[in-house]
Ligand binder design. Structure first.
Ligand code: HEC
Ligand code: HEC
Length: 266
């Protein structure tokens, strides 16, 4: 039943588009199973919403709901783009997605074009609280400064947050706190090496070539491994804890306010 009406909806919109623009019709390749669209909606909320927004139009020049993409046209292109990312931008690679996840995401993105965007109740408004209370939390009860410096302090292994308010939206900062793994930037991923002797070292990659890997370890020291002494290696999950069930909504709102206040002076 639902499937039939959904199908009709797609046909209707495809006809309308045919009159408007031939390229847009090319983009709408198939009809998509409602279960894929729903699944994709959930994946989008957890992984993409913070940057691309409710309506898919929060990133300048990349309106995901327009049905036209600068860097992709077919569904296969889109899946590859989401998996591989766009070098040197916030659009990082997402190798964790299985084929089914990618297919669901694409189904959801295509559905945005025909009015399937997230509605207000799908997502909570980002609440921005009080910056001075946020600062107290950051250096006090929430203990963020055990890892992060703000213009110095913290550990060199973790990003210094000075100026963060100039380059990140409130939604993105909130997502960084609630679910950090969803928004790890390329240069901030952690790497782990296990040696033939059984030593396990995790840290930031400082240099990597065909013969060796250099990491900055937890003591902020540079350690070097020859490929011949490594048994396994690869990127690992971010060490930043997810605060979704740890901090109250008020605390998160205050921390977001504090981070928004950390702007770069002109
Ligand atoms: C941390 C922010 C961020 C997150 C999270 C993010 N993106 Fe992006 N995305 C960007 C930026 C920035 C660009 C534009 C890059 C450029 O072209 O300079 C982009 C570009 C894209 C494009 C290309 C648009 C075009 O016109 O070619 C697609 C498609 C896309 N993102 C889909 C996704 C999907 C799907 C997710 C979730 C799995 C996601 N993005 C998560 C920041 C993000
Ligand atoms: C155990 C160390 C650790 C703790 C504790 C920690 N973080 Fe992080 N944080 C990281 C690491 C590592 C990254 C970079 C990788 C990532 O994005 O998860 C990061 C990333 C971030 C980012 C995104 C930076 C960017 O460039 O977009 C923000 C914002 C942030 N943290 C805020 C906080 C706040 C607020 C707290 C306290 C509630 C906190 N962090 C606690 C390690 C930590």
């Amino acid at each position: 039943m639902t499937f039939v009406s959904f199908h009709k909806l797609l046909l209707g919109s495809a006809t309308a588009l045919l009159c408007a623009s031939a390229t847009a019709v090319l983009a709408q390749e198939h009809s998509y199973a409602p279960s894929d669209i729903e699944n994709g909606r959930g994946i989008y909320q957890a992984n993409c919403l913070g940057c691309h927004g409710n309506n898919g139009d929060s990133v300048e020049g990349a309106n995901l709901a327009s049905g036209r993409f600068r860097r992709a046209s077919s569904d296969e292109d889109l899946m590859a783009l989401i998996r591989i990312g766009i070098p040197e931008t916030l659009m990082i690679p997402r190798p964790q997605f299985a084929y089914g996840d990618l297919r669901a995401l694409v189904a959801f993105l295509r559905s945005m074009q025909t009015g399937g965007a997230l509605t207000a109740q799908d997502t909570q408004e980002v609440v921005v609280g009080d910056a001075s209370r946020g600062e107290e939390l950051f250096f006090g009860a929430a203990d963020c400064d055990s890892c992060h410096g703000v213009n110095g302090g913290g550990s060199r292994l973790h990003p210094d947050l000075a100026g963060i308010g100039s380059t990140r939206s409130a939604a993105l900062l909130q997502q960084s706190i609630l679910d950090p793994k969803a928004v790890v930037r390329e240069g901030q991923r952690f790497y782990q090496v296990t040696t033939t002797g059984g030593t396990v070292v995790a840290g930031k990659v400082m240099n990597r070539d065909t013969h060796s890997v250099q990491l900055m370890n937890a003591d902020e020291q540079l350690v070097s491994f020859r490929e011949s002494e490594i048994t396994t290696q690869g990127f690992i999950a971010t060490p930043m804890p997810a605060y979704l069930d740890v901090l109250s909504a008020d605390n998160v709102a205050d921390l977001v306010a504090y981070m928004l206040s950390l702007t770069t002076p002109e």
